[in-house]
Write a protein that binds this ligand. Structure first.
Ligand code: I3P
Length: 126
């Protein structure tokens, strides 16, 4: 028996496709591996799914996200120097994970930045 992340009361603040890669885990740099994910912003977590279908499946009790970023105490800011891509932002968590996200469209990328910043600032550990 596995605990379920989705309790039916979780509120989706924003969702949609985004390019992302993990860059650091437990404070250690990883080799980047960019993929397109379906990302779901909730009040507590930024969830990365393979696609929108996988998110739907999880809501029905099947499966889990590929990556779950704890927003409590996290930081998000522009990260131009760590990638050759444009419109790259980094989320850093208290546990030493860093995830980069990127969109070719700067308005799209920025709207994710603002939504994530707003969610973080509503959490106790800021
Ligand atoms: C990496 C891959 C990444 C790239 C990274 C490369 O090569 O091309 O997309 O990051 O650049 O090393 P490989 O596939 O062989 O691991 P960006 O696209 O973010 O620039 P880096 O070495 O400058 O991090």
């Amino acid at each position: 028996n596995w605990p379920q992340l989705w309790d039916g009361h979780m509120c989706v603040l924003k969702e949609g496709p985004i390019n992302r890669t993990k860059m650091t885990e437990n404070g250690k740099r990883l080799r980047k591996n960019w993929t397109t994910s379906h990302v779901v912003l909730t009040e507590l977590f930024l969830l990365f799914f393979k696609d929108a279908k996988s998110f739907l499946a999880m809501k029905n009790g099947n499966g889990r996200p590929e990556l779950c970023v704890d927003l409590n105490g996290a930081l998000v800011h522009p990260a131009d120097k760590v990638s050759s891509r444009k419109n790259v932002y980094v989320i850093s968590t208290v546990l030493g994970t860093q995830v980069l996200f990127q969109n070719e469209c700067n308005i799209q990328a920025q709207s994710w930045l603002y939504a994530i910043q707003a969610a973080i600032s509503n959490l106790p550990c800021t």
